[in-house]
Each structure stands twice: as structure tokens, then as C-alpha cells.
Design a protein around this ligand. Structure first.
Ligand code: GLN
Length: 190
């Protein structure tokens, strides 16, 4: 049985749990360092506020153990602020945090006018709806990193081995494509 740990310190974690439940996947909330020692098949880092989440992860002693598990290959899905937590270069604010993924990201990249917007774009060959909320985009990807989606000329999704990062919020639409792509990584390691 697959169990996905959802980082539940702040942000849209409950929505990810609901979306994964719809796909028949069990989740547990991760709130303290001890929660990271249990067997997990994957981890979701939700949207929210990367600065708040990053500081809490540091204060709670969760940063180093999580970093280690991701480096050892635990599949991880980072959405919006979660993408920022994975990036090894962060423009426009504090960071990097976990720094496990070779991508340079820009926080709040669309400015005030475009704080929130919806788009539809191809993700791994399928047109899917995308919800952006004070979103980052990926300015540059490092070697071994694959760009998976582009909106307005900017990269908004990428993967690097076991790590999948999207600038939008798949938990706010009914489309399961991003989760399916993540769960395929999970299946490969279970
Ligand atoms: N602007 C937020 C940050 O910088 C991300 C927004 C989101 O996750 N919806 O962390």
C-alpha cells in the first residue's frame, strides 16, 4: 500500500490530501522531525509561503532529514512554494532551502498585476488546466533536469530524477495528470 507524506506545516496541504485520496492514495501529515522517520513512498511539499515553511522546517529539525531522503531517491512533488523549497537557487527572497533540485526560480515572478491567473498548457503531452497564485517560475534548469511545461514563455514545471516541481496548483483542479506523473515515480521505487 502506497503512503505519501504531505508536509503539513502551512499552506494547501489538506487539498493535496483530498486530491490524492480521490486517486485512492493514502496520505499522512508531516509536522515534526519524527514524522520523517516512518516508511514513506513519496512526499508532497504544498503551496503556501516558502519563507514560512522553510523557517519552520529548519526550526523543527526537518530540513536535514528530508534533504537526505530526497537525495537518496524518495520521490517528491513540490507545488508553487514547494517548488521554491526544492530549488538550489532562489531569486527574489530568502532561500535556497532544501536545495535538492538544480533549478533557478524567481519568486512572485508575475508581479502584482498577475498575482493569480489560470492557464491551460501542455504537460507531458496533455493539455491541462493550471492555477497560478503569486507563483514562481523556473528561470533556468541545470543538467539532467527536464522542462515539462511552458506558460507565457516561462518554464512552469520540471523534473529531475525523483523530483517533480510545478509552479501551479494541481490540487485546485480536478485534473489528475500531475499526480499520475508523480505516482509513476513512486511506483518505480516501491
Ligand atoms: N509566493 C509564494 C512564495 O514565495 C508562493 C505562492 C504559492 O505557493 N501559492 O513562497
Amino acid at each position: 500500500m502506497t503512503v505519501i507524506g504531505v508536509m503539513a506545516l502551512q499552506g494547501a496541504f489538506a487539498e493535496h490530501q483530498t486530491a490524492l485520496a480521490r486517486l485512492g492514495v493514502d496520505t499522512v501529515q508531516l509536522r515534526k522531525a519524527a514524522d520523517l522517520t516512518q516508511p514513506l513512498d513519496g512526499i508532497v511539499l504544498p503551496g503556501g509561503e516558502s519563507t514560512v515553511m522553510g523557517k519552520l522546517m529548519n526550526d523543527l529539525g526537518m530540513m536535514a532529514p528530508l534533504q537526505k531522503r530526497v537525495r537518496y531517491g524518495l520521490p517528491v512533488l513540490g507545488t508553487c512554494a514547494g517548488l521554491i523549497l526544492l530549488a538550489d537557487k532562489v531569486d527574489g527572497g530568502p532561500g535556497p532551502w532544501l536545495s535538492t533540485m538544480p533549478i533557478a526560480v524567481r519568486r512572485n515572478a508575475y508581479g502584482r498585476q498577475l498575482g493569480s491567473f489560470s492557464a491551460e498548457a501542455a504537460f507531458t503531452g496533455r493539455q491541462i488546466p493550471m492555477e497560478f497564485i503569486r507563483a514562481p517560475y523556473i528561470e533556468q534548469v541545470g543538467p539532467g533536469t527536464k522542462e515539462l511545461a511552458t506558460v507565457n514563455g516561462h518554464t512552469v514545471a520540471a523534473e529531475y530524477g525523483n523530483q517533480l516541481a510545478v509552479a501551479f496548483h494541481p490540487e485546485l483542479t480536478d485534473d489528475p495528470t500531475v499526480y499520475r506523473h508523480f505516482l509513476a515515480k513512486v511506483d518505480r521505487t516501491v
